[in-house]
Write a protein that binds this ligand. Structure first.
Ligand SMILES: Cc1cc2nc3c(=O)[nH]c(=O)nc-3n(C[C@H](O)[C@H](O)[C@H](O)COP(=O)(O)O)c2cc1C
Length: 173
């Protein structure tokens, strides 16, 4: 039997379109990430916000390094994670840059409170987390951002906003 080393095939995988098509099947919870301070604000809608650990309380989000939010995360070191209710779809659309809305203009049409770190939190979110950036790990086009939750702002329970197969939907009990 030959003992010649087998040359490993270069790591290949499905094409980008196939990957994106597959991801459409995953139900995403919709959150708005707020970043910046004063008038130097931006933010983005994400489906990548998840719990990392309970002790200590940490979350992670994945943020495109080409987005307007990424440099503000680096500069100010804090962010807010705002769970969205079904009625917050217009807020989600503003924070996706829909219609060319940028920067502080994304905050118009909703009420915000400033949390301990300086992060803006959506006043009537079902729940919002005030986070300090612990680590930003660059991978391909994105950074995996680990946030230490320093405060929780609890709201009232209501139908949630989710993203599935390229569209927003409300979901309730
Ligand atoms: C439902 C939905 C989920 C998204 N999730 C993410 C995400 O997890 N990470 C990310 O970097 N961008 C995500 N985006 C894209 C950003 O919201 C959008 O590109 C960003 O707000 C615009 O970037 P800009 O601030 O440079 O204009 C998502 C967009 C939508 C509509």
């Amino acid at each position: 039997m030959s003992t010649a080393p087998q040359t490993a095939a270069p790591p290949t995988g499905p094409a980008k379109a196939a990957f994106l098509g597959a991801m459409r099947h995953f139900v995403g919870s919709v959150s708005v990430i707020t970043v910046g301070a004063g008038d130097d604000l931006s933010g983005l809608v994400v489906t990548s916000a998840v719990s990392l650990s309970a002790e200590p309380p940490q979350v992670l989000i994945c943020v495109n390094r080409g987005s307007s939010s990424w440099p503000l995360l680096k500069r100010y070191g804090h962010f807010g994670v705002n769970a969205l209710a079904a009625r917050h779809q217009p807020v989600a659309e503003r924070f996706s840059g829909f219609g060319g809305i940028r920067g502080a203009a994304r905050y118009e049409g909703a009420d915000w409170v400033t949390a301990r770190t300086g992060a803006r939190l959506l006043a009537d979110a079902p729940v919002a987390l005030d986070c300090r950036v612990e680590e930003m790990i660059d991978r391909a086009s994105h950074s995996i951002v680990i946030g230490r939750v320093v405060a929780i702002r609890a709201g009232s329970e209501e139908d949630a906003l989710i993203y599935w197969h390229g569209g927003y939907r409300g979901v309730g009990r």
